[in-house]
Write a protein that binds this ligand. Structure first.
Ligand SMILES: Nc1nc2c(ncn2[C@@H]2O[C@H](COP(=O)(O)OP(=O)(O)OP(=O)(O)O)[C@@H](O)[C@H]2O)c(=O)[nH]1
Length: 285
């Protein structure tokens, strides 16, 4: 398998900018892709957040395995960390999100009110890997499209304070990603769900990774997508299966093209509600 190496300069810059602005922020909102909550976490996030109130959003729950999402919700909850699951695309749970932001900031708000401030502004920032839904959530909170959204990594590039009607202001930051993937599996999971640009990985490598994962955890979904029986699935190797699916879909031997097609279907939830990270016994927080 080829190694996915990714080192875009603006990601590093984003991390430094965030570090600089952190003292202006009351609540750090970390957006995770609910299908890969572990792979979509930045390993430096706990360090960055320090003892600031921290809110984790498991986003894209409409596409994730609901059982896994429940387990992750429980797992990520901590003394200073609130967790909520949402589907920003379809605008669910926005009121709950506002309530939770206010709850996370309540200590600071109380202090300011004791000093005489009325309705103090709560300042938040959203962080997360590309394509996890930050702009979509920001747009929902602000109530209009203030940032570009698109199903392609790295769309958010600027930085500004955005006002909402709820007494909350948002710092729009670009997604932060690992400067370098130490763990190849993390890279493949991010590539599978669109956090890494399609042009910097080999689609067939990622498709084969996905086939292996589905074979192990979601064999029925794989059999359905491959249009074959579970028995047949057990007797065919991964590469042969990829080739057979390519041919069955009229793409002859163009398995690169088919691989991209398969990844697009996976990302849209057309293979089923699939999560590829399992909460381990270790504390992820
Ligand atoms: N199905 C589904 N799609 C979502 C959800 N949230 C966002 N999306 C879609 O995911 C894609 C990426 O969303 P963005 O809001 O642009 O993600 P981002 O994190 O701001 O991306 P960058 O700008 O690349 O950092 C868009 O096509 C959104 O419509 C969700 O909860 N469910």
């Amino acid at each position: 398998m080829t190694k996915i190496q990714w080192y875009p300069g603006h990601m590093n810059k984003a991390r430094n900018q965030l570090e600089e602005k952190l003292n202006l922020i009351d609540v750090v909102i970390e957006v995770l892709d609910a299908r890969i909550p572990s792979a979509s976490r930045n390993p430096m996030i706990s360090e960055l957040v320090g003892d600031k109130p921290h809110l984790i959003i498991l986003n894209k729950t409409d596409l994730a395995d609901p059982v896994m999402t429940k387990l992750w919700q429980k797992k990520l909850q901590g003394p200073r960390t609130l967790v909520m699951a949402m589907d920003a695309q379809h605008n669910t749970n926005m009121q709950a999100l506002i309530t939770l932001i206010k709850k996370a900031a309540s200590e600071k708000v109380k202090k300011l009110e004791e000093r005489g401030a009325s309705n103090p502004i709560i300042r938040v920032c959203l962080v997360g890997v590309p394509n996890c839904g930050k702009s979509t959530i920001i747009n929902r909170l602000v109530g209009r499209n203030v940032t570009m959204t698109g199903d392609r990594p790295g769309v958010t590039k600027g930085q500004a304070w955005l006002k909402t009607p709820y007494g909350i202001q948002i710092l729009d930051t670009p997604g932060i990603l690992w400067p370098k993937f130490e763990d190849q599996e993390v890279g493949y999971k991010l590539a599978a769900f669109g956090a890494i640009k399609d042009t910097i990985f080999h689609a067939d490598d990622v498709a084969l990774f996905v086939i292996r994962q589905l074979r192990q955890y979601y064999p029925a979904y794989l059999a359905k997508f491959a249009n074959c029986t579970k028995d047949k699935l057990e007797n065919i190797g991964d590469t042969d299966l990829l080739l057979a699916m390519t041919q069955n879909n009229g793409m002859r031997e163009d398995y690169d093209r088919f691989s991209l097609f398969m990844l697009q279907r996976l990302r849209k939830g057309k293979l089923g509600r699939i999560s590829l990270d399992w909460p381990s016994a270790n504390n992820e927080n």
